[in-house]
Ligand binder design. Structure first.
Ligand SMILES: [Fe+2]
Ligand SMILES: [Fe+2]
Length: 197
């Protein structure tokens, strides 16, 4: 089943995106091995997380409208943010994915969300730290180390901080969900999920 999904996903993605996607999958499975999560779900969520990213913006806005996705000002001003929400729709409609953990992981992999589950956190982090991502290796190493020591919330917190720094440095629009997510992680970053850490 995973092989079929991976094969089908290829036709939605550019070569560069496919390389990123497979790298996210590998990273996510590595991190997931430290936690009690379903590896298959982690794989599917990773493979499909950017499934809508190569759809042209005009078309994305069209689909968003068709599915009544709230296209707030911020989405219009930073349309790249829509791909995660559209991805969740494509995962359901084209790939027949009904599992809510997988759908949530795809939907919130860019902005994050308060109280998001373990698989979503793993995909959110892996999307940022996969080896091809143009982020300082030192920062990626620290984040991966935290993620593999039970401190999954702290790892996500660090990713969230890096994303906020980027948004500010580029003077881009900040989606309010990012700030809600930041506050949620701030409250949870000391939580360790591995008993022997
Ligand atoms: Fe993405
Ligand atoms: Fe991605």
């Amino acid at each position: 089943m995973i092989d079929d999904i991976r094969k089908k996903a290829e036709s939605y993605l550019t070569t560069k995106r496919l390389v990123h996607t497979l790298s996210v999958e590998e990273t996510a499975v590595k991190i997931a091995s430290f936690y009690s999560v379903d590896e298959n779900k982690v794989r599917i969520a990773s493979i499909l997380h950017d499934i809508a990213k190569d759809i042209p913006i005009e078309k994305s806005l069209e689909i968003a409208k068709e599915y009544n996705i709230d296209i707030s000002d911020i989405f219009i001003k930073n349309p790249d943010l829509i791909h995660a929400f559209l991805g969740a729709i494509i995962a359901k409609n084209d790939f027949g994915i009904d599992d809510q953990e997988i759908i949530e992981s795809i939907k919130y992999h860019t902005l994050g969300k308060e109280n998001m589950g373990l698989i979503s956190l793993i995909v959110y982090i892996s999307d940022f730290v996969e080896p091809n991502k143009k982020v300082s290796n030192k920062i990626k190493e620290i984040i991966v180390k935290e993620a593999m020591s039970g401190y999954i919330y702290r790892a996500a917190f660090m990713v969230c901080v890096e994303k906020i720094k980027y948004v500010i440095s580029e003077m881009k629009y900040m989606h309010p969900d990012t700030l809600f997510f930041y506050n949620f992680l701030c409250e949870n970053e000391r939580k360790c999920l591995l008993p022997n850490s």
